[in-house]
Design a protein around this ligand. Structure first.
Ligand code: NAD
Length: 515
């Protein structure tokens, strides 16, 4: 869970006026914060405070909600054709500003440019899906459900909806949410992560340029104060959340208690099962890519490799041989493949699993603290790490580490491997590596996880399917984006209609019949 930045008092404002302030977007424009509460935004590659971000007060959240409430009726009444045109413009503007957006991600999250551009590309796919909104909002029509009676379904927007997003995808996860929310006719309020807030404001500007009316897309920066107000505000109809499991559970319980529709996606511990017949070189490449991409700070990152039978020794050797080739460095260096972690505190927590793993009996094959940038830089760097002979009782297995530490659990059989995944409290993604189609098919049948890869280590669904895990990785009924996103942000209305026919009109106090 985020350790929220210690808000500094207004007294320190004068001392830090040189630092750029990231503020809110309310009523179609940037609005400076007035709460006198704010937090630091670091450049993780240097460790320096690069900006400061305002933390919204209850009144500021209320102002965003009021703007959204005022704008909603007009947007809802805007023709689907016009909304579609605007969605196309948003898609093209985000596409045209990929590099600018990616630069914000590298500067505040630390991910290297290729990874940042990949995040944006997957977000754009959600915008492209939303350009198909006329098709997605088509309801059903039943002619002659009863004599002279037709029945049809229409889907209508909910009203004002909010999205609370994590630090690890500051552009893509907001796009997961607002693409379908806005296209469906809702007004959307984003509460981005306070750790990397700048992308949200560039997105707001692009949406405005695309023709999204003032109040239909707003941004309130901040911490728990803003989130709690969104959870309590009577005019918020629904909340989408992506973040850690404890906060997801809190958002789901509080939001639903307050009568809101909630989808809350939580943390993960993704297992990659490698069967003895797998292509070991391919599995090792996949483990490195999925374990260390984005410094392991992906909810779909592979955290645990489950080596089945005698594949373990050659697999660990193949992974170990690849570790020195992973180039760790700042996003400003074009050779860097893996950047720093989000904060010093998080980096140190991730590194602590190397000590606990070793103390609890695991074998540290590679220790990321030996990377020269770990101690030789003020940035939040940690090299790639590999821990073998991990068992389910160890902290390195039980916790979501969310960093560049791959763990290996050795099991004897396929059944033990599946049991391990199914016993784990998380159920986001999982993958199996095998050449046996029958084994892969059995795995997709057996495994309790929401997203399954077959020789694909990061099975993030394409935008026209929906994204979501099982168990403690998702609280709520509907997954995010795609068809379930449309369902989440709309509600069905069923109309039963008969046109007047005086010849058949009579009084009948019986229950309406269809035959
Ligand atoms: P986080 O839960 O700490 O924060 C997420 C959001 O909640 C932020 O906007 C934050 O400001 C807010 N928040 C934090 N603490 C809060 C509190 N006590 N009350 C109210 N709001 C609070 O998550 P994070 O560290 O930003 O992101 C990393 C986590 O997100 C990991 O656990 C990762 O697995 C998860 N994640 C999950 C998915 C998914 O699709 N399941 C995707 C991305 C990230």
């Amino acid at each position: 869970m985020t350790q929220l930045a210690e808000p500094r008092s207004g007294a320190s404002v004068a001392a830090t006026t040189a630092v750029e302030r990231v503020s809110h977007w309310i009523g179609g424009r940037r609005v400076a914060g007035t709460s006198r509460r704010f937090g630091p935004v670091y450049d993780p590659a240097t460790g320096a405070v690069a900006r400061e971000v305002d933390f919204a007060s209850v009144e500021e959240v209320d102002a965003a909600v009021a703007a959204a409430v005022a704008a909603f009726p007009g947007w809802r009444a805007t023709s689907i054709s016009r909304r579609t045109e605007i969605m196309f413009r948003i898609r093209n503007l985000v596409d045209g500003h990929r590099r600018e957006l990616a630069a914000h991600l590298t500067a505040e999250h630390g991910k290297v440019p290729s990874d940042a551009l990949g995040e944006i590309a997957r977000g754009i796919e959600n915008l492209e899906f939303a350009t198909g909104i006329p098709q997605h909002l088509k309801g059903g029509f039943t002619e002659q459900a009863s004599t002279g009676v037709d029945v049809y379904q229409i889907r209508q927007p909910l009203g004002v909806v909010a999205g609370i997003t994590p630090f690890n995808f500051p552009a893509m996860v907001p796009m997961w949410m607002f693409a379908t929310a806005i296209a469906s006719g809702n007004a959307f309020i984003l509460k981005p992560s306070e750790k990397d807030p700048s992308a949200s404001l560039l997105l707001a500007e692009l949406l405005k340029e695309a023709g999204v009316p003032a109040g239909i897309f707003s941004v309130v920066q901040g911490d728990k104060v803003a989130v709690d107000r969104l959870l309590a505000h009577p005019d918020i109809a629904a909340l989408s959340f992506v973040g850690s499991t404890p906060v997801a559970r809190y958002i789901y319980e509080t939001g639903t208690r307050n009568g809101k529709r909630v989808q809350a996606l939580g943390g993960a511990k993704n297992h990659m099962i490698v069967l003895p017949d797998a292509d070991i070189e391919m599995a090792a490449d996949a483990a490195i890519s999925a374990g260390f991409g984005s410094a392991g700070e992906r909810c779909m990152a592979i955290a645990t490799i489950v080596a089945v039978g005698d594949v373990a020794d050659p697999l660990v050797e193949a992974i170990k041989a690849r570790l020195p080739k992973v180039k760790v460095g700042p996003g400003s260096d074009p050779d860097s493949e893996m950047g720093p972690l989000i904060t010093r505190q998080h980096r140190d927590k991730v590194a602590s699993y190397l000590d606990s793993g070793s103390a609890q009996g695991a074998t540290v094959v590679a220790d990321g603290r030996e990377h020269p940038l770990h101690r030789g830089s003020d940035g939040f760097f940690l090299g790639v790490s590999l821990i073998d002979h991990v068992t389910p009782e160890m902290d390195a297995y039980k916790d979501e580490i969310f960093g560049p530490v791959l763990t290996v659990v050795r099991v004897k059989t396929y059944e033990q491997a599946v049991q391990l995944v199914n016993d784990n409290p998380y159920g986001n993604g999982t993958a199996i590596f095998t050449r046996d189609g029958g084994a892969a098919r059995q795995f997709q049948f057996d495994v309790n996880a929401g997203m399954v890869g077959i020789n694909v280590p990061i099975p993030v669904p394409v935008a026209y399917y929906s994204f979501g895990g099982w168990k403690s990785s998702l609280f709520g009924d509907l997954h995010m984006y795609g068809p379930e996103g449309i369902q989440f942000y709309t509600r069905a209305k069923i109309v039963t209609s008969r046109w007047p026919d005086p010849g058949t009109s009579k009084i009948d106090l019986g229950f309406p019949r269809t035959r």
